[in-house]
Design a protein around this ligand. Structure first.
Ligand code: AMP
Length: 315
């Protein structure tokens, strides 16, 4: 049986479905989770459909989380969207259901679940959820809230359709979501908007970033800078794409200092694959967008050197 049929069969069988996504969610995590939930709620009104995980107020415009009792996991189908490995799943009750399904677009380095549908060529998990809907379009409904959520996920993970993972299929899906009622301009404006402290942090990024011989940009957001701007480290995502706007930069890394002093490492690329470097430093991810961890300045330097080496092979 193919993935689509196996997932649809499980959805039809269970009367309660609980959908999870990863910790520290981005628009694709929330968009794929909420988009799937809204498709299922509209299509199967007699089923109980829940979305769980920490509620993130800045994403309430995509959809809010449900608070549910642990007993609801009995006999439930649990679906996880956009999450490569089990340790990153938000809400640790995920394995208390009757059946577990993984739907994801990251490399499948750490498989989990009774059923797993992974397409690491998809731009986003939200694009996969749309394809699932499309496959069963005669049986499923796509309400406007789902169309907006999935559009938000695609826009988030493609950087407004600028990242190389954007394919003709992505654009067809985006068009179909607009036809289903997604307000593309409003979603893009919403994801593009920043607060005044983030505008000031953007100025800091451009002011402070350094560029290596092979066009790797790097900058550190230390605790002092973030605290002066009253920003939490979780709020810094909006500045991650900025070094890539500089035409000469081929790949970049932003080190975000955590409360305990170590650095969250956020790697992005326009060409050279940088997930190998992430894997060398307790991380992983996509070839063009990865994450890792650095314990001190020496490890930061090591990461910059490794990126420079990767870029030098592209020259
Ligand atoms: P981020 O910079 O946190 O947005 O991460 C970019 C991508 O790298 C995400 O899609 C994650 O899947 C992946 N990633 C981030 N941190 C890790 C990690 N510690 N281990 C594995 N993958 C990660």
């Amino acid at each position: 049986m193919d993935n689509y049929s196996e997932i649809m069969q499980a959805i039809k069988k269970y009367s309660r479905i609980i959908i999870h996504r990863h910790q520290r969610p981005d628009p694709d995590a929330i968009g794929s989770q909420v988009g799937l939930a809204e498709i299922l709620r509209a299509s199967f009104p007699y089923k109980e459909i829940f979305v769980v995980g920490k509620d993130i107020p800045e994403f309430d415009w995509i959809g809010e989380m449900d608070e549910i009792d642990i007993q609801l996991y009995d006999d439930a189908l649990v679906i996880i969207t956009d999450t490569a490995n089990a340790p990153r799943i938000d809400d640790r009750r995920f394995n208390m259901g009757d059946k577990l399904i993984k739907i994801d677009h990251h490399p499948d380095d750490e498989p989990y679940g009774d059923v797993s549908w992974v397409d690491d060529q998809a731009s986003s998990c939200s694009e996969m959820i749309y394809r699932f809907y499309q496959h069963f379009a005669k049986q499923l409904k796509l309400p406007v809230k789902a169309a907006n959520a999935l559009f938000a996920g695609i826009v988030g993970d493609t950087g407004r359709f600028m990242y190389p993972a954007t394919t003709p299929q992505t654009m067809l899906v985006a068009g179909a979501l607009m036809a289903a009622g997604a307000d593309a301009a409003a979603v893009c404006r919403r994801e593009d908007a920043i607060t005044l402290p983030l505008a000031k942090l953007s100025a800091f990024v451009y002011q402070e970033m350094q560029i290596t011989d092979h066009n790797i940009a790097y900058v550190t957001l230390d605790k002092e800078t973030l605290s002066k701007l009253h920003l939490s480290e979780a709020e810094t995502s909006a500045v991650v794409p900025l070094p890539g706007k500089v035409a000469s930069v081929v790949a970049w890394v932003i080190f975000v200092q955590q409360e305990d002093g170590h650095y969250r490492v956020r790697l992005r690329s326009k060409g050279p694959a940088i997930n190998g470097v992430a894997k060398n430093h307790r991380g992983g991810g996509h070839p063009m967008a990865s994450g890792a961890k650095a314990v001190d300045n020496a490890e930061k330097k090591q990461i910059i050197n490794e990126l420079d080496e990767v870029a030098s092979q592209m020259d």
